[in-house]
Write a protein that binds this ligand. Structure first.
Ligand code: NAD
Length: 376
């Protein structure tokens, strides 16, 4: 998983970069229309949504841990449900996708409903990539995969990433009642995962005014909403506000290239099997502190939102206030793994505001491993 995330769509935009009008046209013609809805109990409209896309046989997807949520959707669908497949796993293993594909064939499904976090939505995207079946995503975390044309898949210890607009779900239903069951620890790490997309969008090489405004919207939603959700996990308006933030953060993730932070997280997830959201949560303040001086103007919105002079330190303080995990060693990474992690994270680096060296990234990882204050 060493290649930078580059969309065909973004390549097209780069090729047309001579004039603003042409850029806008390229975005419009290449972006499929996605129906995005927010609101309590939205999942109960699932049968209507299936009919709207012209389908009659939905295969419902989830992880084993969320099989009850999948069964509820199947029950709501009644005769429109063709089957339920509850074996989604993190990092979208190809063998799971192949098992799900057999289920698609057996059930003669003509559309997919993915209810869950990035793992389940990733499975839906992997099936859609192979079959072009329409998808309805019902996200239950803040990871934001439903809003991106990016698909990561793992096989034989390797994770590869592709970018294809065809994997974007046709419909996204954000039902805040579903995210209410997300444990507080996962709520915090998943929120920081979403904020990481927006933070790196601020200094992306192909950033635009639109993506920056959207990134600031996403960050603001979490800075305002997360403390409310933590103090009352059943606060539906606050949960819905954070879901709007997740959509904004996921959308910018799909529109611009990511940098050092995502490169390190992809390395630690892909090669050391560290859990996705927790790894993002721990590394975000360190990666942003690393880039804070080189991209001070771009990162200023984070200082404006959180206070302070250094966006990385401001995020570190915010993460501590939210009781986020701070140390990679608590995720099971060994200190002896840091050399290899630094090596992998600096080979084929993603474009980054500050030049990346193995020694400096090793020092960054050492601080993140120990749970120290980020190096500035
Ligand atoms: P996840 O989907 O793996 O969920 C983590 C665990 O929490 C699972 O057991 C899940 O069933 C459970 N869970 C989810 N929502 C819940 C809820 N509301 N209540 C109770 N339990 C709930 O975690 P994630 O962080 O959302 O997704 C991580 C995966 O998504 C990784 O594979 C990552 O690579 C991928 N991802 C992809 C993109 C993309 O654009 N392609 C973006 C972000 C993440």
């Amino acid at each position: 998983m060493d290649q930078p995330i580059i969309c065909d769509r973004l390549l097209m935009i780069e090729r047309l970069s001579g004039g603003g009008r042409e850029i806008a046209k390229a975005v419009q013609t290449a972006t499929p229309t996605v129906r995005v809805l927010f609101g309590p109990s939205l999942r109960r409209t699932i049968a209507t949504e299936i009919r709207l896309i012209g389908a009659t046989r939905a295969l419902v997807l989830s992880t084993p841990q969320q099989s009850n949520a999948a069964l509820e959707i199947a029950e709501l669908l009644g005769p429109l449900a063709a089957g339920v497949f509850c074996k989604a796993e993190m990092h979208t293993p190809v063998h799971v996708t192949e098992a799900a594909m057999a289920h698609v064939a057996e059930t003669r499904a003509d559309c997919l409903v993915a209810i869950g976090g990035g793992s389940t939505i990733g499975l839906g995207k992997a099936i859609a990539y192979r079959t072009d079946l329409p998808q309805i995503a019902i996200p239950t975390t803040y990871a934001g995969s439903e809003a991106t044309p990016i698909l990561g898949q793992s096989e034989g210890g390797l994770k590869t990433i592709l970018c294809d607009p065809s994997v974007l779900p046709e419909v996204i239903l954000y039902d805040p009642e579903l995210v209410m069951t997300l444990p507080i620890s996962m709520t915090v790490t998943s929120a920081l995962n979403a904020m990481a997309h927006a933070a790196e969008a601020l200094y992306a090489t192909n950033q635009t005014t639109g993506t920056t405004l959207m990134a600031i919207d996403g960050l603001t939603a979490f800075v305002d909403g997360l403390p409310k959700v933590i103090s009352d996990p059943t606060d539906l308006p606050a949960r819905e506000a954070t879901q709007r933030g997740a959509w904004a953060c996921g959308t910018v993730l799909g529109q611009v290239g990511m940098a050092l932070h995502h490169k390190i997280c992809h390395t630690l997830g892909g090669s050391f099997s560290l859990p996705h959201a927790q790894t993002h949560a721990i590394l975000l303040p360190h990666a942003i502190a690393y880039n804070a001086k080189a991209a001070a103007a771009e990162l200023q919105p984070i200082c404006d939102l959180l206070g302070g002079q250094n966006a990385g330190l401001a995020l570190h303080d915010f993460a501590k206030q939210m009781n986020a995990p701070l140390a990679l060693r608590d995720l099971g990474l060994r200190e002896s793994d840091l050399n290899r992690a630094a090596e992998l994270a600096t080979s084929k680096p993603y474009p980054n505001p500050r030049p990346v060296t193995r020694e400096k990234i090793h020092a960054l990882l050492q601080a993140a491993w120990a749970g120290d204050t980020p190096i500035t």
